[in-house]
Design a protein around this ligand. Structure first.
Ligand code: GRF
Length: 178
C-alpha cells in the first residue's frame, strides 16, 4: 500500500505505476502539478500550504488522508517540500526519496546544475530513507551515472532519470516485501 508524493512531472511516479506496484494514493503540494494527471483511477489530492495554518497542519492533514487510503509506505517522487515531524512521525522508517546525485554529495533543490557547475565527471541516482534534513537520511541504494562532455542540466538529468526509473521501483518492491 504505497502513497506517492509529487510536485513536478511525475516520471518516477509513472515508473512505479508501470512496475505494477500497489500505489493506492497520490498527493501533491501543488494543485497544478502535471504528475497528478497520471493518477487515472487512483485517489489523488493536493495539500497546498496556503490552505493551512502552517506546515505542520498541512503535513498532518496529508498524513491523515494517506492513512485513510491505507498507505503504509510513502515514496517521494519529485516532492519539493521538506516534511515536518507531523508527517514523518506517522510513517516511521517508511518514507523514501529519490535524488539525482550521489548523496551525500549535492543535496538540495538544484543538484543537477550544482554538479555541472562543480565540474564532476560522475553523477548518479540515490534512493534513501527520509528524515528531517535535506536529502540526509540513510542510503538504501545508489547507482553511478557518467557526466559526458557537453552535458546540459537537461541531458544529464534525463540520463540520471533513466536510472532512477529502474532503481526506485526495485527498492520500493524490496521495501514492500519487508
Ligand atoms: C527526479 O530527478 C528526482 O530524483 C528528484 O526530482 C526529479 C523528479 O522528476 N527528486 P519526476 O517528477 O519524477 O519526473
Amino acid at each position: 500500500m504505497i502513497g506517492v508524493l509529487v510536485s513536478g512531472t511525475g516520471t518516477n511516479l509513472q515508473a512505479l505505476l508501470d512496475a505494477g506496484l500497489p500505489v493506492t494514493a497520490i498527493a501533491s503540494n501543488r494543485r497544478g502539478a502535471p504528475a497528478l494527471a497520471r493518477a487515472g483511477e487512483i485517489p489523488a489530492a493536493a495539500f497546498e500550504l496556503a490552505d493551512y495554518e502552517d506546515r505542520a497542519a498541512r503535513d498532518a492533514a496529508m498524513a491523515d488522508w494517506l492513512e485513510a487510503c491505507g498507505v503504509k509506505l510513502v515514496v517521494l517522487a519529485g516532492y519539493m517540500h521538506l516534511l515536518t515531524p507531523a508527517f514523518l512521525d506517522r510513517f516511521p522508517d517508511a518514507v523514501v526519496n529519490v535524488h539525482p546525485s550521489l548523496l551525500p554529495s549535492f543535496p538540495g533543490s538544484r543538484p543537477v546544475e550544482d554538479q555541472l557547475e562543480a565540474g564532476v565527471t560522475e553523477s548518479g541516482a540515490t534512493v534513501h530513507l527520509v528524515d528531517e534534513g535535506v536529502d540526509s537520511g540513510p542510503i538504501l541504494a545508489q547507482e553511478r551515472v557518467p557526466v559526458l562532455p557537453g552535458d546540459t542540466p537537461e541531458t544529464l538529468h534525463e540520463r540520471i532519470k533513466a536510472v532512477e526509473h529502474r532503481l526506485l521501483p526495485e527498492v520500493v518492491r524490496e521495501l514492500c516485501a519487508r
